[in-house]
Design a protein around this ligand. Structure first.
Ligand code: CUA
Length: 313
């Protein structure tokens, strides 16, 4: 696509073709109607200009068919574009099976990226080609926006809340990563690179990396004493965490809550918000004590407990 249309950035993801098609459709529609309107303005101005000083124009009482036509017509046009944009949204936000997870922390003014099984990166991200990626993102401070034009993804990164999207890289190469939300004086410097690699190259790169995210999470889990209450056998003062991720948990109030990343994060920084049935509200808050990066590491560790639990069954 970008060979014929150099205006578009490189296409390197499963979303690119659809996004480009939608973009082209919208542009064509806009240009078409711009021309229609400007030509009509010019033609009608000439045709209906006042021909003499004392000319009195005839009364116009409107036209119902015309009004219906210009209401229904654009409505149908916009409706025709809905399936394509809906498809793009579905593809961006539908969880992909076997997706590789990438954890993003935005911070004035850098991107911190973590792989669950591998290295931490700053302003650089290495990913294999052809594998669905699940991004989980949060900000340490203000609003940022994670923008990779070649992937055709742009998603706000918010303080205090996780945002997700899914994308599959389809082309080996190095692509721009931008912050697309004004976030302070160095906003324009909050940039990076995404390296899409062949699987074998990626594995080579990965093996050169440092301690895994799960291992760092486990270290924090011990360091902050989580381990003393959340015993694996369920006999501790806090609920056991093996297999808790993505399970449905019953609260004291009777409510059933899905233990996703957001729930786990809230339970660490604001334990009183939701108390699990049969347990009491004794856990201290860790708000402000653990960085967003650290929280993601602890959550990665809790998720790994699920995987071990499943393997045992
Ligand atoms: Cu971060 Cu702009």
């Amino acid at each position: 696509m970008n060979k014929t249309l150099p205006l578009l950035p490189e296409s390197a993801s499963n979303l690119a073709a659809d996004v480009d098609l939608l973009m082209i459709l919208l542009t064509v529609f806009s240009i078409f109607f711009t021309i229609v309107i400007f030509v009509a303005v010019a033609v009608l101005a000439v045709k209906y200009h006042r021909k003499s000083e004392d000319e009195v124009p005839p009364h116009i009482h409107g036209s119902l068919p015309l009004e219906i036509a210009w209401s229904i017509g654009p409505f149908l046009l916009v409706l025709a574009m809905l399936p394509l944009s809906a498809k793009i949204m579905m593809n961006t936000y539908t969880p992909q099976p076997y997706a590789m997870e990438i954890f993003v922390t935005g911070k004035q003014w850098m991107w911190k990226l973590q792989h669950p099984e591998g290295p931490r990166e700053i302003n650089e991200l290495h990913v294999p080609i052809g594998k669905p990626l699940k991004f989980t993102m949060i900000s340490e401070d203000v609003l940022h926006s994670f923008y990779v034009p070649a992937f055709r993804v742009k998603k706000d990164v918010l303080p205090g809340r996780y945002t997700n999207f899914w994308v599959t890289p389809t082309k080996v190469g190095t692509y721009h990563l931008f912050c697309a939300e004004y976030c302070g004086t160095q906003h324009s410097g909050m940039i990076g690179k995404v390296h899409v690699m062949e699987q074998s190259d990626y594995e080579k790169w990965l093996s050169g990396g440092d301690e895994s995210m799960t291992a760092r999470g486990e270290a924090l889990f011990n360091q902050y004493g989580c381990v003393t209450c959340h015993l694996a056998d369920g006999k501790g003062r806090g609920p056991a965490l093996v297999g808790v991720y993505n399970s449905m948990v019953k609260m004291q109030t009777g409510a059933i809550v899905k233990a996703d990343e957001s729930y786990l994060r809230e339970s660490i920084i604001n334990p009183r918000a939701k108390i699990v049935e049969k347990y009491s509200s004794i856990m201290p808050t860790f708000q402000g004590q653990i960085s967003e990066e650290g929280l993601l590491q602890i959550i990665a560790y809790i998720k790994s407990l699920e995987q071990e639990g499943e393997a045992q069954q």
